[in-house]
Design a binder for this molecule. Structure first.
Ligand code: HEC
Ligand code: HEC
Ligand code: HEC
Ligand code: HEC
Length: 441
C-alpha cells in the first residue's frame, strides 16, 4: 500500500512542476485564434472540423482515459496528457478539466493556429517537443506566401515527418518507456527511405501518397501546383471521418489465403493465411496499440454449414507493470509484455490444420478486423465504436471441382474494372467520332 503512494507522490512532485519537466513554454492562450478566425481558408476549416485533431481534447474516449489517469495519479498526469491533446491550454496554464472554462481556441485541441505558429522542435523529438512563436506569423511549406491578413513565412519543419513526430512519439514521462512510436516506426521504414512523409498520406485526399494536388491555399489566392489538405484521416471510424477512415483501413492490409484444391480423407488439410501491411507507413496497428484492436478471424464450414474451425489472432501490444502483471495501464507500464504488429511492407503468416472428414466441400473464410477501442472503454465513454472489416477472403476445399475458388472482393473489382475500362473506351471512341463529325461540318 505504501509503495504506490510513494510512487504517486514522486510522480506528483515531478509533474506538479509540469511546464519545466515537460519542457513546455509559457504563453497566453489568447495569443492563439480559434479556427473560425481562419475564414479565408474555409475549405481547410471544413476538412479539419471532423478530424481527431479538432477533437483531441474533447474526444469522449480521451476524456474517459484521462479521468482514469487522474484517478490513478491524483491528477499528476493531467498536464502530461494534455500537452499533446490540448497544447495551447497546457502552455497557457489553463485547466482543461472543465472545457467550458478554457478559451475557445484551447478547447479545439490541435488546431490551425497552434500548428501554424509552431516554429521548431526541441530534441529529443516526441513528448510534445514543439516550440511555438505566437507572433502572429503563420508558417507552412509555401515559399512565396502572398497572405495579407497576417504575416506568413516558409517553414521547412512543416514539410517533414518530424513535425508530426513531436506528438506521435509518446514516452512514459517517468521511466521513459516507448508507449507510442509511430514516428520511429516510420523512420525505420522503406517510406522514410523513399522520402514519403506522414503529410503525403495523411494530408492528401484518399489513402496512399497521392500527389501533386493543384489548388489554392486561400480564397482569392494564386493557383498553386501542389497543396495539402487538413484532413488528417487515420482509422477512427467512431469519432473521426467514418467513410475516409474506413477507406484508409481497407487500403492498409492485404489478406491472402492458401488452401489445398482437394482434401484426402483421413489426412489433414493445411491452411495458410498471410497478412501484409501494404498501405500504412508505420506498424499495423500503430499509435495507441494497447487500446486499438486488430484481429484475424479464420473460420471453416463443412458442407452442412457446421463450423469445424474457428481461430483468432490479436494484433497490437499488451503492456506489463513492474510486478510483471498484464495488461497494465499506460501509466503503470514498464515494458511491453506481448507484441504482435506488422511493420510497413512486411507480412505475417499463420497456419492451421484441418481435418476434412468427408473430403469436402469445406469453405474457409479469413477476415481482418479493426476496432479503435474495446467495448469496456467505449461504454465508459458513451461512444458506439463499430468494427471495420479491413479485408476478407474465402476459398473452398474439395467439392464439385470449384477448387480453391476465390470469392474475395478481387473478383468483383475485376468485373468493375472491366466495366470502367469498357466505359472509358466507349467514351473515347464517342468523343473521337463526335469531334470528327464536327470538323467535317
Ligand atoms: C496538425 C497540424 C495542423 C493543423 C491542425 C492544421 N494544419 Fe495547415 N498545414 C500543416 C502542415 C504540416 C502543412 C504543410 C504540409 C506539407 O507541406 O507537407 C500545412 C499547410 C497549410 C497551408 C498551406 C497550403 C496547403 O494547403 O498546403 C494552409 C493555408 C493551412 N495549412 C491552413 C490551415 C488551416 C486554416 C487549418 C485549420 C482549419 C489548418 N491548416 C490546420 C499542419 C496543420
Ligand atoms: C506525446 C503526445 C501525447 C501524450 C503526452 C498523450 N497522448 Fe494520447 N494520443 C496521442 C496521439 C498522437 C494519439 C493518436 C494515436 C492513435 O491514433 O493511435 C493519441 C490517442 C489517445 C487516445 C485514443 C482516443 C480515441 O478516440 O481513440 C486516448 C484515449 C489517449 N490518447 C489518452 C491519453 C492519456 C490518458 C494520456 C496521458 C496519460 C495521453 N493520451 C498522453 C498523443 C499523446
Ligand atoms: C500537438 C500534437 C500533435 C501534432 C503536432 C500532430 N498530431 Fe496528429 N494527433 C494528435 C493527437 C493528440 C491525436 C489523437 C486525438 C484523439 O484521438 O483524441 C492525433 C491523431 C492523429 C491521427 C489519427 C486520426 C484518426 O482518425 O484516427 C492522424 C492520422 C494524425 N494525428 C496525423 C498527424 C500528422 C500527419 C501530423 C503532422 C503533419 C500530426 N498528426 C501532428 C496530436 C498531434
Ligand atoms: C504510406 C502511407 C502512410 C504514411 C507515410 C503514414 N501513414 Fe499513418 N496511416 C496510414 C494508413 C493506411 C492508416 C490506417 C491504418 C492504421 O490504422 O494503421 C494510418 C493510420 C494512422 C494513424 C491512426 C492509427 C490508429 O489505429 O489509431 C495515425 C495516428 C497515423 N497514421 C499517423 C502517422 C504519422 C505520424 C506518420 C508519419 C510519421 C504516418 N502516419 C505515416 C498510412 C500512412
Amino acid at each position: 500500500m505504501k509503495k504506490p503512494l510513494v510512487a504517486i507522490a514522486v510522480l506528483g512532485t515531478i509533474l506538479a512542476t509540469a511546464a519545466p519537466v515537460l519542457g513546455l513554454q509559457k504563453i497566453q492562450a489568447n495569443e492563439f485564434k480559434p479556427s473560425m478566425a481562419c475564414l479565408c481558408h474555409q475549405e481547410m476549416i471544413d476538412e479539419w472540423t471532423p478530424t481527431m485533431h479538432a477533437k483531441a481534447l474533447s474526444d469522449p474516449i480521451y476524456r474517459a482515459k484521462r479521468a482514469d489517469a487522474i484517478a490513478a495519479t491524483k491528477g499528476a498526469l493531467a498536464p502530461f496528457c494534455d500537452s499533446c491533446h490540448g497544447p495551447v491550454a497546457t502552455m497557457g496554464g489553463e485547466d482543461p478539466g472543465a472545457l467550458e472554462q478554457i478559451s475557445a481556441a484551447s478547447r479545439q485541441g490541435v488546431f490551425c493556429d497552434f500548428c501554424h505558429q509552431v516554429q521548431g522542435t526541441r530534441v529529443p523529438l516526441g513528448n510534445a517537443s514543439y516550440v511555438v512563436n505566437p507572433d502572429g506569423t503563420k508558417r507552412a511549406q509555401i515559399k512565396d506566401p502572398e497572405a495579407f491578413i497576417h504575416l506568413a513565412e516558409y517553414s521547412r519543419h512543416h514539410t517533414r515527418a518530424e513535425f508530426c513526430g513531436m506528438c506521435h512519439n509518446v514516452d512514459h514521462p517517468v521511466n521513459g518507456m516507448h508507449l507510442e512510436a509511430t514516428y520511429t516506426e516510420w523512420k525505420a521504414s522503406p517510406y522514410a527511405k523513399a522520402g514519403i512523409v506522414c503529410q503525403d498520406c495523411h494530408m492528401t485526399p484518399g489513402p496512399g501518397p497521392s500527389k501533386p494536388r493543384p489548388g489554392q491555399a486561400a480564397m482569392g489566392g494564386p493557383k498553386r501546383e501542389d497543396i495539402y489538405d487538413m484532413s488528417f484521416v487515420g482509422g477512427n471510424v467512431a469519432l473521426g471521418n467514418p467513410k475516409a477512415a474506413q477507406a484508409n483501413l481497407k487500403a492498409a492490409a492485404k489478406l491472402e489465403l492458401d488452401v489445398p484444391r482437394s482434401a484426402e480423407v483421413g489426412k489433414k488439410a493445411k491452411i495458410e493465411v498471410r497478412v501484409t501491411n501494404v498501405g500504412a507507413g508505420h506498424y499495423l496497428p500503430t499509435g495507441l496499440t494497447e487500446v486499438r484492436q486488430m484481429w484475424l478471424e479464420v473460420k471453416a464450414l463443412d458442407s452442412g454449414g457446421r463450423e469445424i474451425l474457428s481461430e483468432r489472432r490479436d494484433f497490437g501490444t499488451v503492456l506489463k507493470d513492474k510486478k510483471g502483471n498484464y495488461p497494465a495501464e499506460l501509466w503503470d507500464a514498464v515494458a511491453i509484455y506481448k507484441d504482435d504488429r506488422i511493420p510497413p511492407q512486411e507480412s505475417v503468416t499463420q497456419e492451421y490444420e484441418l481435418a476434412v472428414p468427408d473430403g469436402g466441400p469445406v469453405t474457409v473464410e479469413a477476415a481482418l478486423k479493426y476496432r479503435s477501442a474495446p467495448e469496456e472503454l467505449a461504454e465508459k465513454a458513451g461512444v458506439a465504436v463499430p468494427v471495420t472489416s479491413m479485408a476478407s477472403v474465402a476459398k473452398t476445399i474439395g467439392g464439385d471441382g470449384e477448387a480453391a475458388a476465390d470469392s474475395a472482393g478481387g473478383g468483383l473489382s475485376k468485373t468493375l474494372l472491366a466495366i470502367v475500362v469498357l466505359g472509358v473506351l466507349g467514351a473515347v471512341v464517342g468523343a473521337v467520332w463526335w469531334s470528327r463529325a464536327r470538323n467535317r461540318r
